[in-house]
Design a protein around this ligand. Structure first.
Ligand code: ARG
Length: 430
């Protein structure tokens, strides 16, 4: 870290203190750097529109910002410990290339402004990804629900055999879950889709900044009006975004659990393509479902990120350096969560049911509920019908078939009336 932009004469910089303050900033800011560059260009345009920069100066800044973006992408420019953070690196580079014009870009903005707008753009991108992946996952589940609607599988409660279920019901459950996850991510995207740029360090600035222009130029849905709220929303929006991601990774965790159980020798209901399993280094007989297990584990990182930010937010209003810690949390949470969600559509598309094992796991007792409800329909008070069915659970099921049980399950949403068209319509509307 050679030159600190804010350094004052006579105050010596302590390397260890600076190192501590910077934390992982230059590394983390790589994640947000291109967004910072994009927002810097919009800020420069805004300055030109209110007469702080000439058209020539703006052209120079836009050219150098674009060049910096290219150099960063190609690796010709590396954001490293020569810089305090990504924000000062941009200013340093512009100053090196353009002299005084470069120094002008920081008029009317703060690094707090920069980090807010860059992370806001980043969060929008990630939420769009959560939404589109959830939509993709829901589609696989919806298609398989249709294709395998009549395939009987055992239905469990408490990990005990309970009633006859179907692959159609299992898939429809995940379809509806991920439709909701897509909706939630999109709703959260709409919540955070507001432009904090131009709020300076949280109290505005004595310039009539063209915030409408930067809002449009950066593709935000609205301007975040209050500078005080812009600071208050840092962390709060991150938390909302992680919550939306967590909806999807929680559903993923539960699918992974099902698949872990269903692929075990004890159940043996599902076979996975070989690439989803790994061998054991010590037990030659093993194929382990490591992919599923690591997918299941990712929710832990999302939950950890949420907790970290929630704890950071125990702050008065205004900017505090504590907030810097929220960057690592979102990077880690979204990094892990999205990587797992990305693998899910193909995994779901490729898993195979082992029909013989499924059928063998359906025992006569699993018709007891059907027997009790049928008696209730015939006029026997349900509690009596329940007791009678419990007493004769085994024999009562004799002669019944899973197919007939499923066909008779006509309560809306159940196997006999899956209502996939309703789910399909919601999916189309995403
Ligand atoms: N690295 C800081 C953050 O992520 C942004 C820079 C603001 N630094 C400062 N000393 N005001 O919050």
């Amino acid at each position: 870290m050679s030159d600190l932009l804010w350094q004052k004469p006579g105050v010596e910089v302590d390397a260890r203190i600076q190192h501590f303050l910077a934390g992982d900033d230059v590394v983390l800011d790589r994640e947000f750097f291109l967004h910072d560059i994009r927002a810097s260009a919009a800020h420069a345009q805004g300055l030109q529109r209110i007469g702080i920069l000439s058209s020539g100066e703006l052209a120079g800044l836009e050219r150098e910002l674009a060049q910096l973006g290219d150099d960063f992408r190609s690796g010709a420019f590396v954001l490293d410990e020569r810089y305090e953070d990504g924000h000062s690196a941009i200013e340093a580079r512009l100053t090196e290339r353009l002299g005084d014009t470069g120094r002008k870009i920081h008029a009317g903005r703060s690094r707090n402004d920069q980090v807010l707008v860059a992370t806001r753009l980043w969060l929008k991108e990630k939420l769009a990804r959560v939404s589109s992946l959830s939509r993709e996952i829901a589609k696989v589940a919806l298609d398989r629900a249709q294709a395998e609607r009549d395939l009987p599988i055992p239905g469990y409660t408490h990990v005990q055999r309970a009633v006859v279920s179907s692959a159609g019901m299992w898939w429809a459950g995940w379809a509806e879950a991920f439709i909701d996850d897509a909706v939630r991510a999109a709703d959260t995207l709409a919540l955070v889709d507001c432009n904090p740029l131009g709020t300076a360090a949280g109290y505005g600035v004595n310039l009539a900044l063209d915030r409408d222009h930067t809002t449009t130029a950066l593709g935000f849905g609205r301007m975040q009006v209050s500078p005080v709220y812009a600071q208050l929303s840092r962390g709060k929006f991150e938390l909302a975004a992680l919550e939306a991601l967590g909806s999807a990774t929680l559903d993923l965790r539960r699918i992974a659990w099902d698949l872990s159980l269903f692929t075990s020798a004890e159940f043996g209901f599902v076979a996975l393509p070989a690439q989803y399993t790994t061998g054991s280094s010590i037990m030659p007989n093993k194929r382990n479902p490591d992919v599923i297990e690591l997918m299941r584990a990712t929710h832990a990182s999302v939950a950890a990120a949420r907790t970290e930010i929630e704890q950071l937010l125990s702050l008065p209003s205004g900017y505090h350096r504590d907030l810097q810690g929220s960057k690592g949390a979102i990077f880690h949470g979204f990094g892990r969560g999205l990587a797992a969600l990305e693998l899910l559509p193909a995994l779901l598309a490729n898993l195979e049911w082992r029909e013989d094992r499924l059928r063998a796991a359906i025992d006569p007792g699993m018709y007891a509920t059907d027997v009790a409800v049928e008696a209730a329909v015939a006029g026997v008070p349900f509690r009596e019908a329940y007791r009678a069915a419990a007493a004769g659970a085994g024999p009562a099921g004799e002669g019944r078939t899973p197919e007939a049980s499923l066909a008779a399950r006509v309560s809306p949403g159940a196997a006999g009336d899956l209502r996939l068209d309703a789910l399909q319509a919601r999916w189309e509307a995403l």
